[in-house]
Design a protein around this ligand. Structure first.
Ligand SMILES: *Cc1c(COP(=O)(O)O)cnc(C)c1O
Length: 235
């Protein structure tokens, strides 16, 4: 095991402690929170090291990178597509992912459903919601989310497992607390609708900069890259 990646173990220890503290603060158990290690731009050796330290969930935001790493990292782990997904690329990842976090429009859901049907699989998705309304963020608008959910549940080979959001970057994460509580409220509203075939199991929210606040507001799936692997090197 390479010693030069020891910082990954140390970072993970810090992250786990923070997750534990935030979970307890919000009346939950640390094991209720799923940590998705965001491995975009990270070299395979480092990802393997994280897996050695107990990481089982890996998040990638680009299809090409996910499929490439899926082949290289032949270990027992689960892949999450967390970034914007083009309809014509669904076919490349459909058999490889455990959860697609970024479904924000009906025609994408319909394509996922068609591809899933072809391989006889039910695919788990989250509906990505743009709670903050920030122009640069993907996601269905908050007030259109329930309508989108209603349409997607009609698709037999898709299972909605919850909601995902990205908060705007804020130096002080307190500023974006409302974004996280907003997603939680929306999730509760959707549950109240008692729609069949929906299981609001996951709230995927919180990144390196804001995951503690997100957990305090109800996140049970956090997506963490930089705090685990260090600053990304874009080549
Ligand atoms: C990159 C990315 C993350 C992780 O961001 P960090 O700030 O490095 O933790 C989480 N979610 C999505 C959708 C991302 O693209």
């Amino acid at each position: 095991m390479s010693e030069c990646y020891d910082y990954i173990r140390r970072n993970l220890e810090i992250i786990r402690k923070k997750i534990e503290k935030a979970a307890i603060k919000s009346g939950r158990k640390p094991e209720d929170i799923t940590l998705v290690a965001v491995s975009k731009t990270v070299e395979p050796e480092k990802i393997l090291r994280a897996i050695d330290e107990g990481i089982t969930e890996l998040g990638e935001n680009r299809v090409q990178e996910l499929t490439k790493k899926y082949d290289i990292i032949s270990r027992d782990c689960n892949w999450h597509l967390i970034g914007h997904l083009q309809t014509n690329k669904v076919k490349y990842i459909i058999e490889k992912v455990k959860l697609i976090h970024s479904v924000d429009r009906y025609n994408l859901a319909a394509e996922i459903n068609d591809r899933a049907k072809k391989i006889g699989k039910k695919v788990n998705i989250l509906v990505q919601v743009n709670i903050s309304g920030e122009q640069t963020k993907f996601g269905v608008a908050g007030h259109e989310a329930i309508e989108l959910v209603r349409r997607i549940v009609g698709l037999e080979n898709i299972r909605i497992k919850g909601l995902m959001t990205m908060a705007p970057f804020a130096a002080n994460p307190e500023v974006v607390r409302d974004v996280f509580s907003g997603l939680r409220k929306l999730s509760i509203d959707i549950e109240k609708e008692n729609i069949n075939n929906i299981d609001m199991e996951y709230l995927s929210m919180g990144m390196s900069n804001d995951f503690e606040v997100a957990i305090e507001e109800g996140a049970n799936m956090v997506r963490i890259g930089t705090a685990l692997f260090g600053e990304r090197q874009y080549l």
